[in-house]
Design a binder for this molecule. Structure first.
Ligand code: RIB
Ligand code: CA
Length: 345
């Protein structure tokens, strides 16, 4: 029986792991990409848009709408992180410049128009700051009920932050947007609450050089794709396969960054894991909680707080991912992206 398609709107701040999420989705036959919306975060929104157009065109998905969204957070001043994702946000990768233009629609309109056109069917995936979704909810308060569900990469609960001691990047960039989204998506029934992929789990999914080597081998790329920790920084891939070459150049930058911060020569799969969960929620074990965002803390503004035991007397408004099988994620990712890479050549 054909797999049921999953209609998706994907909001990203492409970035290296956002790129991997896009590759995973393009490689997944069940993913029906209705639109990719761009928010500022890892790099500027316009650079995010260029990266999205380039990845989609490289992989033969140039028919998918890419729309520009918020270029600054709702209240906070914009912060970007080129030191983490590279000057263009895709590490050392140098993608062929895209040849098509951005959508004439704003990102918020892509969210609202699609959700109104297909009520109850669309999964929203957000792997960047929540600015666009917050703005869309302000324009269309019914959006939480028009969407089937949202899956969000963001937050850190019983886990250290990666931006400040208690804050995760996507929420730290725009904590006010996160508060708006968690408030707006409260009151939804079991099975439709937002699924939150926080650092607690995503930092357990560690891509290492052998994963890239396996992907390259699986799609017949030559020579063997070895990212050696002892290579000089910035060494470029010579892979015969274009997807492998650009993916390897992107991920190498991320691995060098993680090593610089004593996390090992690895790359955390934050966004592609959220994408995999959006396609198959069974990949994640979740636990319901009431989530809110600290906005006033001097040291903790942007911290996501989970009330697991109903101490606030408020209904749960999130299903937080508390466990997964990283090896199953990598099995799916390597199998799918290798097949995409083989098609692209
Ligand atoms: O904290 C990790 C998240 O922040 C990921 O989505 C990464 O791409 C950055 O946006
Ligand atoms: Ca991201």
């Amino acid at each position: 029986m054909a797999e049921q398609t999953v209609p998706l709107i994907v909001d990203v701040d492409t970035g290296i792991d956002d790129s991997l999420a896009l590759l995973y989705l393009m490689a997944s036959p069940e993913a029906e990409l209705l639109g990719i919306t761009c928010t500022a975060g890892n790099v500027t929104a316009r650079q995010v848009a260029t990266n999205n157009l380039a990845w989609l065109e490289l992989c033969g998905y140039a028919d998918v709408e890419v729309a520009l969204g918020a270029e600054v957070p709702i209240i906070a001043p914009l912060m970007t992180t080129e030191e983490t994702h590279g000057p263009q946000g895709i590490g050392y990768a140098e993608l062929p410049a895209p040849t098509r233009a951005l959508s004439s629609r704003h990102a918020t309109q892509v969210w609202i128009d699609n959700a109104r056109r297909r009520p109850g069917e669309i999964t929203g995936l957000v792997t960047g700051p929540l600015t666009n979704l917050a703005l869309a909810v302000k324009l269309e308060p019914e959006l939480p009920r028009l969407l089937k569900r949202i899956v969000v990469m963001g937050g850190a609960f019983n886990h250290p932050g990666n931006t400040n001691p208690t804050t995760e990047w996507n929420v730290a960039v725009d904590p006010d947007a996160a508060r708006i989204v968690f408030d707006a998506f409260s009151g939804l029934p079991e099975g439709r609450r937002p699924v939150i992929c926080a650092l607690d789990v995503t930092e357990r999914i560690e891509m290492r050089p052998h994963h890239i080597a396996a992907l390259a081998e699986a799609c017949g790329s030559t020579p063997a794709e070895i990212i050696d920790p002892d290579d000089p920084p910035g060494r470029r891939s010579q892979a015969s396969n274009r997807v492998v070459r650009h993916l390897s150049d992107a991920v190498r930058f991320y691995m060098e960054f993680h090593r610089l911060y004593d996390q090992g020569f690895l790359a955390h799969m934050h966004d592609p894991f959220a994408a995999a969960v959006a396609l198959d929620p069974a990949l994640a074990t979740t636990r319901r909680a009431t989530v809110d965002v600290e906005l006033a803390g001097t040291l903790t503004r942007g911290q996501t707080v989970a009330d697991w035991r109903g101490m606030w007397g408020r209904e749960p408004n999130a299903d937080i991912v508390v466990d997964t099988d990283p090896e199953e994620f990598f099995r799916r990712a390597i199998e799918r992206v290798a097949a995409l890479a083989r098609r692209v050549g």
